[in-house]
Design a protein around this ligand. Structure first.
Ligand code: BGC
Length: 726
């Protein structure tokens, strides 16, 4: 097309809504449905369909030249020249790979997460990508579920803070900036509640749990301006999430006023047939569209069904128009009509540039959680005579990329062995032995590993999971170290050489034996391309770790689901009383609690002030206290604020996170931290599902983890207050 008088929709000086309406009025029904279809990759057949205006989006194509080439077909060879929107899973970096999202959440630092997302966006955008299927904001209380690696863990408050940070990072100030991409919070909704921790499985939860636990991060992402959203695979209380009018229409569009578009997860519309709520593609398409799904990812259901459904009068064309409007609007906002192509030179300049790699190092360091450090074994001196670096992950170039590592390249990964070698003094001998594989039963490598351990002053054992043991369709029924890795640890332990354990993993692991017997444990998740340097910095004290767990570590899988913000029950566990809520065979407590993480220095909390202590309907509550570094090195502390509503008309959790702040303190330095609680922050859903605050006492707990509470106080709310639902 093009040529002749320029139609209004191609005039950049016109307001977006007018451009959308002008374009929509020119489109045939087939072209409209085309905008609602997304396919993966590129084929001759897809090129033909693009030319015919029958594809609105592609996923999994990238690269400046390749996207320009395909975009040219859409813009220059289709009748209306509507540009494609290219989507990709850019979760924790594009080519400069950062820690997995569970690791990023361990920073408890939204600024750093925003930075990671904005770098990822800049690299992806330079390579022709407009849209990321991220952030994944599913709350996960079950570490068997492999996708726990992709999110921010178990807590709605921390999860909401992270959700906001990602959206702001990806989308920047304006979608039309060349450095930004549009975000797609996923998977809407409650996908993480899969029964048995098995991916794609049924979710059956109460409306209260839906609204109080699973929805808040989505709400936060939508409030932050997320342009799109992905509907999930799962069955939610009998209605699959991709055909669920309650969550998609009533809540998302009605209560929250979301104006962006909704894309289904991969073939989630087609799978409505398998779920058993549609007999064929026509019923599936009708249900999904009526529920509010605007774009069909890879299902090919909308393409085959929608035109006919409209012609038969089963779907009003207005519904199609609404969906197309929303999709076109995002394309206009991205500036695709005005600047459809990218400059390949830009990609060369910014992807994996020095600044990005430096950021990746800083972000990786901040994501590390020191789980245990008995006798201050860490940090090690870099002048030791000999160090044995042992374990299947010690020199693994793949694992640190983690699941969903986009275009991460193992060649760019610095392993722990490489990181350590780069740090030690010239006289330190570094011995390396793999010991065993990540999985499998062979102990053939044990002898060599034990020899190295005996010859060394310290062992650094790098153990955990492979990168494909978490992420999609990567669930585990056991949460132990896979294969014979624990046996290797036990054998190493028997040599008497002190051991520092470095854990690489995409989920909490039940490492009870190690937690009891290994003096120092570093939780390194999958830290991305700079993993080895970041870990070595922590081992030798060039960086003082300050991350905190965003998720509870169980002692054994039998405790799952286990999370800090549980209810009290009528019989809370008492160790010596049988008829209370616990197990016969293990303690009821977690192995490592939510919010836990140590430092090489110590922090003291003091001076809790709460004001006012009598709170009226229009008041806010200030919670103020001091944190002092009483050790002898600089370090980070994440101060955490929890509240409890001890008596309410419905049961409330024993603790709920309502504020956190990561601060850096020099030795002897003290900072005052202040949190402001709005009354709405204290609200909950009462028995009539109204969002209320009820008068009465609220307890305040301030501490270094959900279990390490240092200061307590309380205030009283005087009035009953009602709020809009969300
Ligand atoms: C996953 C999504 C992802 C999509 C596209 C699906 O299988 O569930 O998280 O965005 O594929 O790659």
């Amino acid at each position: 097309m093009r040529g002749g008088d320029k139609p209004l929709y191609l005039d950049p000086s016109q307001p977006i809504d007018r451009r959308v309406e002008d374009l929509l009025a020119r489109m045939t029904l087939e072209e409209k449905v085309g905008q609602m279809c997304q396919y993966s990759g590129i084929t001759m057949e897809y090129e033909r369909m693009i030319r015919e205006g029958r594809i609105g989006s592609l996923l999994n194509v990238f690269g400046a030249d390749e996207t320009n080439r395909i975009q040219r077909i859409a813009v220059e060879e289709s009748r209306l020249g509507i540009p494609l929107i290219f989507g990709l899973d850019v979760l924790h970096g594009y080519k400069t790979i950062f820690p997995i999202p569970l690791g990023l959440a361990s920073t408890w630092d939204p600024d750093i997460v925003r930075r990671a997302a904005s770098i990822a966006a800049a690299e992806a955008a330079a390579d022709g990508v407009h849209w990321t299927f991220a952030p994944m904001v599913d709350i996960a209380r079950d570490p068997r579920w492999g996708r726990i690696a992709e999110g921010a863990g178990e807590d709605p408050y921390l999860g909401s803070a992270m959700a906001r940070a990602y959206v702001e990072g990806y989308q920047g100030k304006s979608l039309s900036d060349p450095d930004t991409i549009v975000a797609c919070p996923k998977h809407y909704v409650a996908y993480g509640g899969a029964e048995g921790g098995r991916d794609y499985n049924t979710v059956d939860i109460s409306e209260r749990t839906l609204r109080e636990i699973y929805l808040p991060p989505f709400r936060a992402a939508v409030k932050a301006g997320a342009g799109t959203l992905m509907s999930a695979f799962n069955d939610l209380n009998g209605i699959p999430a991709s055909a669920n009018p309650h969550t998609l229409r009533t809540i998302l569009r009605g209560e929250w006023g979301f104006e962006g578009f909704v894309v289904s997860d991969w073939n989630a519309i087609g799978e409505l047939i398998t779920h058993g709520i549609a007999g064929n593609i026509y019923e599936a398409a009708e249900k999904a569209l009526k529920a509010g799904v605007d774009m069909d990812m890879q299902g090919d259901v909308y393409r085959r069904a929608l035109v006919q459904l409209v012609r038969e009068g089963r779907i009003p064309e207005g519904l199609i128009d609404d969906a197309v409007r929303r999709i076109l609007k995002i394309k206009f906002m991205l500036g695709l009509f005005d600047r459809p192509y990218v400059d390949p030179e830009r990609a060369k300049k910014i992807i994996k540039c020095r600044e990005h790699l430096e950021a990746a190092l800083e972000i990786a360091r901040k994501s590390i959680v020191l789980l245990k450090n008995d006798g201050n074994l860490l940090p090690l001196s870099r002048d030791l005579g000999s160090i044995a670096v042992i374990g299947p992950l010690a020199d693994d170039h793949e694992a640190p990329l983690g699941p969903w590592s986009c275009l991460g390249d193992p060649k760019d990964v610095v392993t722990v062995l490489e990181g350590i070698k780069s740090k030690v003094s010239p006289k330190t001998k570094v011995l390396y032995a793999k010991g065993c594989d990540i999985e499998g039963s062979s102990k053939e490598g044990f002898d060599e590993a034990l020899r190295a351990a005996r010859e060394s002053e310290v062992v650094i054992a790098v153990v955990g999971e492979s990168r494909d043991m978490s992420g999609e369709a990567a669930c585990r029924a056991y949460l132990d170290l896979p294969g014979v890795q624990e046996d290797l640890l036990k054998a190493l332990h028997a040599t008497g050489t002190p051991i520092v354990m470095v854990l690489m993993n995409g989920r909490p692991l039940s490492i009870s034996w190690a937690a009891e017997n290994i003096p120092a444990i570093i939780e390194a998740w999958f830290l991305g391309v700079q993993a080895g340097y970041a870990i070595a910095d922590v081992i030798f004290g060039d960086y003082n770790p300050g991350g905190k767990l965003p998720v509870t570590f169980p002692r054994t899988v039998g405790q799952v689901p286990i999370y800090y913000n549980h209810k009290n029950t009528g019989r809370p566990p008492l160790p010596d009383v049988k008829w209370t809520s616990k197990y016969l065979d293990i303690p009821y407590t977690p192995l490592f609690p939510f919010g836990h993480g140590l430092s090489y220095t110590r922090f003291e909390y003091s001076g809790l002030e709460i004001s006012p202590v009598e709170v009226g309907a229009n008041d806010t509550v200030k919670v103020r206290f001091r944190v002092r570094n009483v050790g002898d090195r600089e370090g980070d502390e994440v101060a955490q604020l929890y509240i409890r509503d001890p008596v309410a008309s419905v049961t409330r959790p024993v603790k709920e996170l309502k504020g956190f702040k990561r601060v850096t303190l020099k030795p002897g330095e003290e900072k005052t931290i202040e949190f402001t609680l709005m009354l709405e922050d204290l609200s909950f859903l009462n028995s009539e599902m109204k969002r209320v605050v009820e008068p009465g006492e609220f307890r305040v707990m301030v501490g270094s983890s959900s279990e390490d509470i240092r200061l307590t106080g309380s205030f009283t709310v005087k009035d009953y207050v009602e709020f809009p639902l969300m």
